[in-house]
Design a protein around this ligand. Structure first.
Ligand SMILES: O=C(O)c1ccccc1NCC(=O)[C@H](O)[C@H](O)COP(=O)(O)O
Length: 214
């Protein structure tokens, strides 16, 4: 299987083009003003327009007012929404857009119980954050806690970087991986070489797992 790759926290058109050139499947735009990767709608529009066709644009929100989400959606062409806070299912579904729900692996609820509540989610991003904590921390959770036997699309996030992503994919076999700080030179600034290395490591494991013709 080809593991999908999302590079989150893109803040400029140059980084968006570099991420696409490196071979990512999706980029993330963070609409959360307390993040070092926060972006406003005007800048996000520039970034979204720099992304070539067939690369998915994900808009990330954290406990935002519904009106803020609607305003961003009216200005920026987003393909998918990602909700990273304690947004309830009816809120997530109210925008009529494909969405991912972040699952706090340091939260009190088991991942399966948490995911069971979001029947309308297209997928889940399992991250190391917990109650009251944001994402983009560079912290990994224990991959041994990865849920198995779940028929939903799961995205592995949290503390991934070019030197650990191969092992992470081998252990969890996720639908997709997500990275932010692990491919940066400083918060909010992506490093093209790290993005290329990250993606080539994922592809190396994909090849190991692809059966060859006898
Ligand atoms: O990236 C942020 O700054 C951020 C802030 C607040 C909530 C979520 C945030 N990012 C969400 C993501 O999807 C990150 O890519 C994910 O948490 C992994 O981050 P990292 O551990 O830095 O790879």
């Amino acid at each position: 299987m080809r593991t999908r790759i999302k590079i989150c926290g893109i803040t400029c058109a140059e980084d968006a083009r570099a991420a696409a050139q490196a071979g990512c499947d999706a980029i993330g735009l963070v609409f959360y003003d307390r993040s070092p990767r926060a972006i406003d709608a005007a800048r996000a529009l520039t970034v979204a327009r720099a992304v070539p066709p067939f690369v998915t644009r994900v808009g990330l929100f954290m406990d935002a007012d519904a009106e803020q989400v609607r305003q961003v959606m009216a200005h920026v062409p987003l393909d998918v929404l990602q909700f990273h806070g304690s947004e309830p299912p009816d809120y997530c579904e109210s925008f009529g857009c494909t969405y991912l729900k972040a699952v706090p692996m340091a939260g009190p609820e088991t991942p399966d119980a948490f995911m069971g509540r979001y029947v309308g989610a297209q997928g889940f991003l399992l991250d190391s954050h917990g109650a009251g904590q944001a994402g983009g921390t560079g912290q990994a959770f224990d991959w041994g806690r990865w849920p198995t036997g779940i028929q939903r699309s799961l995205v592995l996030a949290g503390g991934l970087h070019p030197d650990n992503v191969a092992e992470a994919v081998r252990q969890t076999r996720p639908w997709a991986v997500d990275v932010s700080s692990g491919v940066e030179s400083s918060p909010g600034v992506k490093d093209a070489r790290r993005m290329i290395r990250f993606i080539s490591e994922v592809r190396r494991v994909d090849r190991e797992q692809t059966p060859t013709d006898a």
